[in-house]
Each structure stands twice: as C-alpha cells, then as structure tokens.
Design a protein around this ligand. Structure first.
Ligand code: UD1
Length: 416
C-alpha cells in the first residue's frame, strides 16, 4: 500500500540526523550538465525527486552511480535532448534543466514541468528571462522548444522574487558571454549552495545570499566534489512533529542559522530550543497562541514549505492562530483532511483561521502534495488512535523514509 500508519498519542523522545537538502540537490544535479567530466555530490538525499532528476540526466546520456550517500554524475556522454515525459511531468525542477541544457546543447524541446499541485505555478518568468539572453522559444500547448547560439549575459530586473527563476538564470549565465545581473534575486540558502557549487567549479558569481547576483560568464567549468547542505525544511518538519506531539528531541545537523523565522515561531508557540553548531534541541510542545499572524514569505521570511506543518501545530496549541499564505495560492489543500480529524479551520482567500484546542482523532486521510502529506503524518502523531495517511508517494518525493526518521524520534509509525 502507498500509505503510512501512525499510532498516535505518544510524546517524542530521541534523535535523528537531517538528510541533505532536496531543493539544493536538484539544481546542483542540473548544474553538473554544465561540466564536462565526473562530479561527485555527497549527502544527496535518497528521495524520489532526486531519482527522477537522475533519470532525466541518464536519458540525456549522463552516467550516474550511487555509493552510499555519494552520487557520481559523468556528463561526458551527453548526446540528446530527449527526456522521459513522465519524469518531466512529475517534477517541477525539471525546468531547471532548461538553463543548463541551453548552455550545454543550444537547443531543447520539453514538456511543461509538473510538481506539487500547490497553485498555478506558471513558467512565464523563466521563459521571458531566458529570451533576454538570446533564447528563441516557441510554445505549443503540450511542449515548448527553446533554441540559442551561445547565450549572452543580460540585466534581469524581475517583477518578483522567484527561487526557480533565479536558479535557472544562474545556470544559464555561468557559461554565457559577458555579465548577467539578477535583481531581485531569491536569497534562499539553496541558491547559496548552487552558487557555492558553481564557484568551486570555476564559475564567477558575486552576491550569493543577497538580492543582487552578478555573474560573469566563463568559458569552462571543471569537475568537483561537493557536499549538499542539510535540509532546513526536513528539520522544520521534525520540529513541527515535536510541537504537535510534545517531547524532547535532538535534530542532528539541523541548519539553525537558516531557520530563524521558523525557530522564532516555534518559540512563540511555546517550544524551548537550543541552537547548537551540531544541531537543534527541541523540548516541549505548542501550548501558547501566536499573537501575530504567521505570514509566509520569501527567505528569510517564514517558508511556505513549512506552512501546513505549522498549521497542524497551531491546531494542537490550545489557542487560535491565523495564517497568511503569500507565495502559493493553493497551499491550504490539507485543510479538509485536518477537518476529517476534527480540526476547525476556516479559509478565506489566502488566510486560514485555525481554532486551537480541539481534540483531534486519527482516521484515514489523503496526502495531496509533499509538505501537506508530511503535515498530516505529523498531526497524526499527536492525535488519538490509529491513523492512515494515503498517497505516500507524495511524501517520498522529499523524505528519505518518514517512518524511520520519526521512529528515531520515538514515534510509533510504519510504512503501510
Ligand atoms: C521553490 C521550491 C519550493 C518552494 C518555493 C518557494 C524547489 C525545487 N522548489 O519552488 O519548494 O516552495 O521555491 O520558496 O526549490 N511564478 C510565476 N512565474 C514563474 C515562476 C514562478 O508566476 O515563471 C510564481 C509561482 O507561481 C509562485 C511564486 O512565483 O507563486 C514563487 O515561486 P518560485 O519561487 O519560483 O518557486 P519554485 O522555484 O517553483
């Protein structure tokens, strides 16, 4: 069965190691296309989104092998631009291959990318920005074709901050002729990781971590070995689990420095935290109310990827809370499922009003996307009785083994 079974109602106690970051691994794997030779990527998580990205790379002619947590990607055999439509369809990050493939091959035809159903998620800004760098794009209803000679640098004044657009432009610019400016660039730590990878391979990028990136195109990059940083969203997921169920846990390698908005919110909800260089100690549970709204925003604001997990925590907090989602318009798909468990949540446009202090009871609920699915598992840990979360494949996109990690933290949970 494609599900998780949870025996709820126990406090957590234990320790788990945070896996490598999904959202850093995917653009870094795309970036290997820019390098002729073999790159070694360590701490790459063993999740289905990475698997799909590797399949895409293989379909282009790359040779990929995995040894424990190290992936080797040899790009010397790249020959084609024919990618399996099912992998492009399930994963939005396949759009990341566009900038890199144009830089390497000059031409690509691909289906429109998929990913979680959390809003319209258009790719208009990706295409518009690449046109500025000399790419000709023809759009058909099912697929589009992009062509370029050598890409040239451009000044991109973007209408809003986008993680994916920033990454795609960095990938397109690093081997382009001349200078590229991206403003406002997204400042997410995953972009910093991508820039670190490219700089270690010989790229020239200034301003990583700020809202203005300046990239001077170079002729060639060289193979490197690179370690993917820990996943701040996975760390935030286990933190939310502790907020819901209560207890005392240690999250080894949690990147506390990248999580301040999340940690501050957890503290307001009543958790006691210790930020250490080697990880994060969490004690207690959500017991206080949030005085202000929880508003999602681009980094360093509260990440939209943790919004549904904190919605679950507020539902257990004993006090009411308000959430405003400003990044994706469709990120409240978890609400009807939490309601099946007894939660009381009213949605008005991009705001959700969560009534705290309701007793939640486990039942069968359905994951509809990655983080919402994880949030249902986390909520089930604290609810009474035995629960089932179906559609586990959504959760497997981003978590190596959600049941194993939560068992490390003392939960009674199994894959079903
Ligand atoms: C990335 C993350 C995702 C995270 C999101 C926001 C990866 C693989 N995914 O997604 O987990 O939730 O950042 O932090 O790293 N938009 C357009 N046109 C475009 C591109 C985006 O309108 O061409 C809109 C989107 O619909 C959305 C907003 O811009 O409303 C932000 O999206 P973006 O930052 O691009 O998110 P992703 O890169 O898709």
């Amino acid at each position: 069965m494609d599900a998780v079974r949870i025996y709820g109602g126990n406090c957590l106690k234990g320790q788990t190691k945070i896996q490598g970051s999904k959202n850093a691994s995917l653009p870094i794997l795309a970036a290997t296309l820019l390098i002729d030779g073999t790159c070694e990527i360590t701490n790459c998580p063993d999740i289905s989104d990475v698997y799909h990205m590797l399949r895409l790379l293989e379909s282009l002619g790359c040779v990929v092998s995995r040894e424990a947590d190290m992936l080797r990607v040899d790009t010397r055999g790249i020959a084609e631009c024919d990618m399996p439509a099912d992998s492009v369809g399930v994963m939005r990050s396949s759009i990341m291959l566009l900038g890199a493939l144009l830089a390497r091959m000059g031409e690509i035809t691909m289906e429109y990318p998929g990913g979680c159903v959390i809003g319209k998620r258009p790719i208009d800004q990706h295409l518009q920005a690449l046109r500025r760098m000399g790419v000709e794009i023809s759009e058909e209803p099912e697929e589009f074709c992009a062509k370029a000679g050598r890409l040239h640098g451009a000044v991109h004044e973007l209408p809003f901050v986008s993680v994916g657009v920033t990454e795609n432009l960095v990938l397109a610019a690093v081997l382009a002729e001349g200078e590229t400016v991206i403003h406002p660039a997204a400042r997410e730590p995953e972009i910093q990781a991508l820039c670190d990878f490219l700089v270690s391979a010989g790229g020239k990028i200034k301003g990583a971590g700020t809202d203005r990136l300046v990239i001077e195109g170079v002729k060639k990059l060289h193979p490197v070995r690179f370690r993917v940083p820990a996943d701040r969203i996975v760390a935030g997921t286990w933190l939310a689990a502790c907020l819901c169920a209560g207890g005392s846990v240690f999250l080894e390698d949690a990147p506390c420095g990248q999580m301040e908005s999340v940690l501050a919110c957890a503290e307001k909800l009543g958790a006691r935290l210790r930020r250490l260089p080697e990880g994060l100690h969490v004690e207690g549970r959500a017991c206080k109310g949030l005085k202000e709204d929880l508003v999602t925003a681009v980094y360093p604001g509260f990440p939209t990827d943790l919004q549904s997990l904190f919605m679950a925590a507020i539902a257990f907090s004993g006090q009411d809370g308000r959430i405003e989602e400003t990044v994706f318009e469709n990120r409240f798909r978890i609400v009807p499922e939490l309601e099946k468990m007894g939660a009381d949540i009213r949605v008005e446009g991009n705001r959700a009003y969560v009534r705290g202090g309701r007793k939640l009871r486990n039942t069968i609920v359905e994951a509809k996307e990655l983080r919402g699915g994880a949030a249902l598992v986390v909520a089930a840990l604290a609810a009474e009785g035995t629960g089932i979360v179906t559609n586990r494949h959504f959760i497997d996109r981003g978590y190596e083994d959600i049941a194993r990690s939560l068992r490390d933290l003392g939960a009674e949970i199994e894959l079903a």
